[in-house]
Write a protein that binds this ligand. Structure first.
Ligand code: ANZ
Length: 863
């Protein structure tokens, strides 16, 4: 019989809500330490919660509940990242206002989260689509704007003529719209761009002191992509102009045998000679149809010769200028010097178009492939400068010095990071607080007029132009110049979904403040976030954008820390149940696929988990252990039919089981497959704990007011120690294993002393809070256990105290035994009789008397 989890869970969820158990006080206390534990807030999609959500949320909830019990003032909030494309696409399909869809989805998510018993302070709930919230998103944009960190620029967007709308990168696949497969092209559009590049160095340096996964830090470093090299100027042959290139290998300048311009390069027209013009233009038209990402990823490096030449500043040679789309206009100077001997891309290109390859660093065989390693320089001297014999680093330094002295180049730092394209041609996003006067000048909407709210619309059809749908709402677009009162129009682009999630962690500190984004006293008290948990898919964008805004807010004096998130953890992915495949050969016999010849026709058969055994690292058929089977776990997906719905699990096993199971699956950071069997095992554990502590199926009261013995104390204190240390290390799976061991041991006891039962219930409470509250109440407590002190362990109890005891037979010591200091008489006598030498003397005689002096001596008197 399962314990009554439905009744218990509903009861305690109601109790917490009615008593506002998890409300964090508004006021900053004088003397209580704070702990801010945050989840990445979800996008409330129509599909509802999936089992991945409760994974991270349970982890943070355990920490929140644990910290409260340690006396910390804990902030553990939740909200909704609710602007975004899916709601708008759904609106287009069904003509339902995105606000309606969003509200429904939020209600669904909230219901589902509440069912899982997370200890959020729901009074602080925020929603990025709420005008009271996005007022401050707009306010931050104004700070960026005033500081010159937001600027307008013509940037390419994907335009789909057939659909009459601009599309996001994700909506375009191979130059065709994802929806309908219509052709798309890149067209320039006036857009807002944020100068994140100005913060590149600080974003790099700030990573050093963060307690983040090293892989995430490395991804951010690569994304920022700082590189050091030189800009070098090449005179154009026959034209009075020069071409500037960026190179990380100026030491290879003597090996530069041709140059390449990006198709968008401004000098392309000038260097191209008449006989080549048509081909160059044709090539450029093709190239502009591709996105930068595609251009970087394509394997074939193509290009055409422009007819122009430049002069290599060290060799004096005329070298040909090509145009190729593997050179990007947005990086460096949009032009390169090509050194085919020492750069892989240049090597491939030179081979393809038969351009000269000249070795300038010794080491490899450049007839085969580019040599990119270190080595002594060769063929690198003219009458003024020689790099011969130097290694890469020395040569680099020397040539930069020489270029700088000659005025033909300089040391340069470059970043892969580009400024952040911050506008979207969409309806469902934050409007920009910007208007344009009649002569096209942009002006900020004054702070007191914020928020600029989204107008209501009743159709979601695209505008038919590259402008966003807001352009069609004339009485919204038309406004007045805040300074002169003259006619003006509103910005009709909206902000991207990242905007609202860039700063939401600050609003939780002070969600109802309509005077300030956040009260400085609260900000100083709570920030930075002590623990932030969310998916690794956010390793770069969200986590980099938020850091950028945070630093801007730091410079504006709004926040007091330079970084927002001190400790970061990514939860792993929960995969579908492992699928086992066995193979039958032509005769229908099960075989190990590895053992049969390649040409044997095999029929795969799905096998149930129950019919599988594990032998070492391999899975075999239980009945036929010589037959190996394949075990694979896949991502959960509708098409595979392996999606587990958290609501179903809660219906059948209860929220505590789901929480506990998701933590028990394995280390938090790891990807791990769902296993219904293991989940049922966890459910059985909770049932056992219930029977042990609630006295449900014992005749006598299960928990008694009697003193525990040493063994019981030892078991408890060992468990406290392990659970405490494991929570600190976020090793929740092993903490649960420790509690399981406790219950197994305790099941063998005759009685459960209250002194043991109560601390154990407290240990269990962060993990299975409903069950723990119910047990606590049944132990006679009126109030919630949420703020009852976390139990401390005592090493004295853990240490197994042993005493040495001499054992006599008829007054002569025959052995010395080690026994637990608090072992009872029967155990000691049994151990004494069993001791080697004693057993010998007792083997043929009758024992007349047994004398036992606790802690001192045992004497057997024989007849
Ligand atoms: C000559 C050279 C010789 C290069 C050599 C490399 C090796 P990172 O590290 O990413 O900064 N490059 C420069 N601008 C480019 C652009 N807009 N599009 C495509 N490639 C560009 O890489 C810098 C190197 O990438 C530069 O150094 C340049 O090629 C190329 F043995 O210059 B190098």
């Amino acid at each position: 019989m399962a314990y009554p989890f439905h009744d218990i869970e509903t009861k305690w969820q109601k109790h917490w809500e009615e008593h506002q158990t998890f409300r964090t006080p508004d006021e900053v206390p004088d003397d209580t330490d704070e702990f801010y534990v945050l989840d990445m807030f979800p996008y409330p999609s129509g599909a509802g919660l999936h089992v991945g959500h409760p994974e991270g949320y349970t982890a943070t909830d355990i920490v929140a509940r644990y910290k409260r019990k340690q006396g910390f003032n804990v902030l553990h909030p939740m909200g909704w990242d609710a602007f975004g494309l899916p709601a708008e696409q759904y609106a287009l399909k069904t003509n339902t206002h995105p606000r309606e869809t969003t509200e429904e989805n939020i209600a669904q998510f909230k219901r589902q989260l509440k069912r899982l018993g997370f200890s959020y302070d729901w009074q602080r709930e925020i929603n990025t689509t709420d005008p009271d919230y996005y007022k401050w998103t707009q306010w931050i944009f104004l700070q960026l704007y005033e500081k010159g960190l937001a600027y307008q620029s013509e940037e390419p967007v994907w335009w789909c003529d057939e659909l009459g709308t601009v599309l996001a990168n994700e909506e375009v696949i191979d130059g065709k719209s994802e929806r309908g497969g219509h052709p798309c092209e890149r067209v320039p559009m006036r857009q807002w761009v944020l100068k994140i590049t100005e913060y590149a160095d600080r974003l790099l340096e700030g990573l050093e002191d963060l307690d983040w996964p090293e892989s995430t830090k490395e991804m951010q470093r690569n994304w920022i992509g700082r590189s050091e090299g030189a800009n070098v100027y090449f005179d154009l042959a026959g034209v009075d102009d020069s071409l500037e290139v960026y190179t990380t290998r100026p030491d290879t300048l003597f090996g530069a045998t041709y140059m390449v311009l990006a198709p968008e390069h401004e000098l392309l027209d000038e260097v191209t000679t008449e006989p080549h013009r048509e081909k160059v233009e044709e090539y450029c038209t093709q190239a502009l149809r591709k996105s930068e990402r595609e251009r970087q990823q394509q394997r074939d490096k193509t290009g055409v010769f422009t007819g122009g030449y430049a002069v290599n500043p060290v060799t004096g040679e005329d070298i040909p200028i090509w145009v190729a789309d593997y050179v990007l206009v947005s990086y460096g100077t949009g032009a390169i010097m090509a050194v085919p001997a020492h750069d892989e891309r240049d090597h491939a290109f030179a081979e393809r178009y038969d351009l000269p390859i000249r070795t300038v660093v010794e080491g490899g065989d450049v007839d085969q492939e580019a040599y990119v390693g270190d080595g002594p320089h060769v063929n690198s001297a003219n009458e003024n400068v020689s790099l011969n014999g130097l290694d890469n680093k020395e040569a680099k330094e020397k040539i930069i010095e020489w270029l700088e002295a000659e005025g033909t180049g300089e040391h340069t730092v470059n970043y892969q990071l580009q400024d952040w394209l911050f506008s979207r041609q969409r309806y469902w996003g934050e409007p920009f607080p910007i208007v344009f006067t009649e002569d096209g000048e942009d002006k900020p909407v004054p702070e007191e007029e914020l928020p600029v709210t989204l107008p209501d619309v009743d159709t979601f059809e695209p505008s038919g132009t590259p402008e966003g749908p807001l352009t069609t709402i004339e009485d919204w677009v038309e406004t007045t110049d805040p300074e002169t009162g003259g006619a003006a129009t509103r910005e009709t682009n909206t902000m991207p979904q990242w905007a609202g999630s860039c700063w939401y962690y600050l609003r939780f500190l002070d969600p109802d403040n309509d005077e300030q984004l956040v009260d400085p006293e609260k900000e100083e008290y709570w920030m930075p976030v002590d623990l932030y948990v969310g998916g690794s898919e956010h390793a770069v964008l969200h986590l980099l954008y938020a850091r950028f805004w945070h630093k801007v807010l730091y410079d504006a004096g709004v926040v007091s820390t330079t970084e927002p998130f001190q400790t970061l953890v990514h939860q792993g992915m929960i995969l579908g149940e492992t699928e086992y495949t066995a193979y039958r050969d032509e005769d229908g016999t099960f075989v190990s696929a590895e053992d049969v010849a390649d040409d044997t026709e095999l029929t795969p058969v799905q096998v149930d988990e129950d019919a599988i055994a594990k032998e070492g690292d391999v899975f075999v058929l239980e009945e036929r252990p010589e037959v190996q089977v394949d075990a694979r776990s896949h991502k959960m997906s509708k098409s595979r039919g392996n999606v587990i719905n958290p609501d179903d699990v809660v219906d059948e096993y209860g929220a505590d089981t789901l929480r506990l199971y998701e933590m028990f699956m394995g280390p938090l950071e790891q990807d791990k497959p769902w296993s219904t069997d293991d989940m049922e095992g966890v459910h059985r554990f909770l049932n056992r704990a219930w029977r042990l502590l609630a006295g449900a199926d014992r005749e006598e009261q299960a928990v008694r007011d009697e003193a525990p013995d040493g063994e019981q104390l030892r078991t408890l204190h060992r468990t406290i120690k392990r659970v405490t240390e494991d929570i600190e290390a976020r090793a929740f799976n092993t903490a649960i294993a420790a509690m399981m061991e406790f219950v197994n041991a305790a099941n063998k006891w005759d009685a459960m002393p209250r002194e043991i039962a109560e601390p154990f219930v407290l240990l269990l409470s962060p993990f299975a809070p409903h069950l723990a509250e119910e047990l606590w109440a049944r132990l006679g407590h009126d109030a919630s256990l949420a703020y009852v002190d976390w139990p401390a362990y005592d090493d004295e109890h853990i240490r197994r105290e042993v005493v040495e005891m001499p054992v006599q037979v008829d007054g002569t010591v025959r052995a010395t035994i080690e026994v637990d200091a608090d072992a009872d008489e029967d155990d000691v006598l049994a151990a004494a009789k069993a001791a080697d030498n004693v057993a010998r003397y007792l083997s043929d005689v009758d024992i007349q008397r047994e004398i036992y002096v606790p802690g001192q001596i045992v004497n057997f008197v024989t007849g």
